[in-house]
Every structure is written in C-alpha cells, then in structure tokens.
Design a protein around this ligand. Structure first.
Ligand code: ADP
Ligand code: MG
Length: 238
C-alpha cells in the first residue's frame, strides 16, 4: 500500500513561506505529477514528503500514519533525483544493491532482487560495468533500479529526466510509463515538462508560489483549466 495524505502542510525558510497550506491526497497506485514554474516549491514539497525537510506545520500521512516525526529511512519511500548520485567506484550491481546491503539483507537475496530490477530496466548486460562506462540514460536507469529494489510504498521523482537530451528523455519517459504499468507503485513525479506531465500522470497538481492552483486528470486540466495560470501551463502547449 502507498496512500499519501497532506493536511495543511506549510514550510517556511527563515521568514519566507515557501509551501502554503497544502492539502493533497495521493491514492495507492496513483501516478501524480507536480508541475509549476521554477521556484514554486515542487522540490520542497517532495522533500517534505520524503522527510528530507521538516514541515513547519501540518500533517503528512503514509497509509494513515503521521510520519512528520519519522526520518526518511523509516517512511518507506524511495527518491530518484535528477543527479543520479551513483557511486563511481562501484559496479552497477553494487550501486543497485547498496541500500539493501546497508540494511543488512543477506547477499543471495540482494543478488536476486538486483537481477530482477535489472531485468525490468534492461540493465542485465551492464551489471558489471561502472557508472562511468554507461550512457546518461543507463545511469538514470541504475538510479531507478536502486529505488525499485527497496520495494518502496511510493517513488518520489524530482525531475529525473532533465539532465538527458531530448531523444533520450522521450525513451526514458516511455520506460517510466511501462515501469509504472508493471509495478503499479504509487509515484509522485516532479517536472516542468508539460508533455511528461500529460503522458505520465493519472493526476496533475499545478503549483504556483507554494500553493495548489488545481488538481485533476490531464484531460480535466486541459479542457477545464480553473484559471489563466493553469491554462498557461497545461491548456496551451508551449
Ligand atoms: P522548484 O522545485 O519548484 O523549482 P523549490 O522547492 O526548489 O522550487 O524552491 C521553492 C522556493 O524555496 C524557492 O524560492 C527556493 O529559493 C526556496 N528554497 C528551497 N530550499 C531552500 C532552503 N533550503 N533554504 C532557503 N530557501 C529555500
Ligand atoms: Mg526543483
């Protein structure tokens, strides 16, 4: 299960209120995309859910449990960043299995999970390579593999494709969609790319200056934007 609920979530940095009274429910298995202009708070909201930042006010529930006082490792979520943060001196195999090793999982079990994840991500031929011997897209797949093996309640993606060139981005987008279909894990995906949002999302959350402007399916937002801001972001392709 992986239901995520935000109730009255606020985040202040110094005197700046970056996230303002956000209420949001992400259902189990749902793929939710956060969109909005640079600086509107997408990453901060994701980091609050992940536990990488503390909320100033409000509640975050994962499967009914308030997690605001739990450290990231206890929340059961896996985050995938735009910078892959792979260990350059380790093989792909070790990179994918690293978190499991740290958690004390037996070697044989790690090997089995790493190989299953590699198969899903078409990484099997590359398991013994180092990150430096991979393309950008392959490296991003390793980062996703590292998230998958932990069998999280939800994936949190922060602009995972923004470092890739255009052609690769399309490929990886299709791959993430395929992955979502096969795993069915809850996902929150941050992007400023309208096409990624429209094609991946079950539900899009449009953020503006730390607040939610509108939540809806891609079609709902496209056909019935609530205001000009949403229309500008979703309704009229740029
Ligand atoms: P986005 O991901 O939508 O581009 P962010 O969540 O990164 O936006 O940032 C939202 C706002 O919060 C920005 O104005 C940013 O400068 C500010 N901010 C983010 N992190 C910090 C921090 N650690 N300290 C101070 N301000 C921050
Ligand atoms: Mg960001």
């Amino acid at each position: 299960m992986g239901k995520i609920e935000l109730v009255g979530v606020e985040k202040t940095f110094g005197s700046v209120n970056v996230i303002k009274d956000v209420d949001l429910t992400v259902e189990d298995g749902e793929f939710v995309v956060f969109v909005g202009p640079s600086g509107c708070g997408k990453s901060t909201l994701l980091r609050l859910i992940a536990g990488l930042e503390d909320v100033t006010r409000g509640i975050i529930r994962i499967d009914g449990l308030n997690v605001v006082d739990l450290p990231p490792a206890k929340r059961g979520l896996s985050m995938v960043f735009q910078s892959y943060a792979l260990y350059p001196h380790m093989s792909v195999r070790s990179n994918i299995g690293f978190g499991l090793k740290m958690a004390g999982m037996p070697k044989a079990e790690i090997a089995q999970k790493v190989e299953a994840a590699a198969a899903v991500l078409n990484l099997t031929p590359y398991l013994d390579r180092r990150p430096g011997q991979l393309s950008g897209g392959q490296r991003q797949r390793v980062a996703i593999g590292r998230a998958i093996v932990r069998e999280p309640k939800a994936f949190l993606f922060d602009e995972p494709l923004s470092n890739l060139d255009a052609a690769l981005r399309v490929n990886m987008r299709l791959e993430i969609a395929r992955l979502q279909n096969s795993l069915g894990t809850t996902a929150i995906y941050v992007t400023h790319d309208q096409i990624e949002a429209m094609t991946l999302a079950d539900k899009i959350v449009v953020l503006n200056a730390g607040q939610i402007e509108q939540v809806g399916s891609p079609l709902e937002l496209y056909e019935h934007p609530q205001n000009l801001f949403v229309a500008g972001f979703i309704g009229s392709p740029k």
